[in-house]
Design a binder for this molecule. Structure first.
Ligand SMILES: Nc1ncnc2c1ncn2[C@@H]1O[C@H](COP(=O)(O)OP(=O)(O)O)[C@@H](O)[C@H]1O
Ligand SMILES: [Mg+2]
Length: 225
């Protein structure tokens, strides 16, 4: 599904290169559930952004479902993202001016669905996440944890094949975090490929494998049983 080869990312600071990703090689098959761990600043979010087409490397190749995404025009890349990927951000990234309902509906606007179909999908998600009563509220009227729940519901609205999550439970209490991990596990069993960045060993172990990052490089290992 995902094949990264020779990926480098750097910023030029004061005339010299500061490397964020260094020669990354990574293959992820459909159906996998990968946890990425590593210290702050090691390049985890940057790697996830490259995979999620939100950032471009300076060097290297990236194939997603057999397609060379870095060679694509922006418009095609955006379409690829919208049809196959869901992204859960560390800091929610909800749209302040839209209600909970409208936020979750956003990814569906690009799909060829009737209003009735959209309503059914959003209704299902509101139900599944226990936020039916919040549907007409705005993000600012919710706690951080509730906002993240909305962020996850939104990421799932368009039924993505790949779910990318950057510290998705960082702002949730442990019970909510556990629920999200159970949900990820279920989604993965239903065929959704998941890549999550996490600081929590416990959450990382929900993955089928754990990838450790350090100074922009990967160390690939198996989760301990
Ligand atoms: N625009 C930028 N210019 C320079 N350095 C940056 C920029 N964006 C991110 N970085 C640096 O890249 C490194 C990796 O960042 P990030 O991928 O967010 O790491 P992580 O998610 O593992 O904490 C950090 O040291 C950060 O300071
Ligand atoms: Mg990060």
């Amino acid at each position: 599904m995902i094949k990264l080869e020779h990926i480098f990312k750097w910023y030029t600071v004061g005339g010299s290169r500061s490397f964020i990703l260094k020669d990354i090689h990574l293959e992820i098959d459909q159906g996998d559930f990968v946890s990425i761990m590593g210290p702050s600043g090691s390049g985890k979010s940057t790697l996830l952004n490259v995979i999620g087409l939100l950032d471009e490397p300076n060097e290297g190749t990236y194939h997603f479902m057999g397609e060379d995404v870095l060679a694509m025009k922006q418009k095609k890349r955006t379409a690829l993202f919208q049809s196959h990927m869901g992204y859960v951000f560390q800091s929610y990234h909800l749209i302040d001016e839209l209600t909970v309902y409208e936020n979750i509906e956003t990814p569906l606007i690009y799909k060829n669905l009737s209003g009735k179909e959209r309503k059914a999908i959003v209704g299902d998600l509101l139900d599944r996440f226990g936020i039916v009563g919040k549907k007409d509220l705005f993000p600012a009227q919710l706690s951080g944890g509730q906002q993240q729940v909305v962020g996850i519901a939104r990421a799932l609205a368009a039924s993505p094949k790949l779910l990318l999550a950057d510290e998705p439970t960082g702002n949730l209490n442990s019970r909510q975090g556990e629920e999200i991990m159970q949900l990820f596990k279920q989604l993965n069993e239903d065929g959704v490929t998941i890549i999550q960045v996490t600081h929590s060993e416990k959450n990382a172990e929900y993955g089928k494998r754990i990838i450790h990052m350090l100074d922009g490089q990967l160390k690939i290992g198996k989760p301990e049983a």
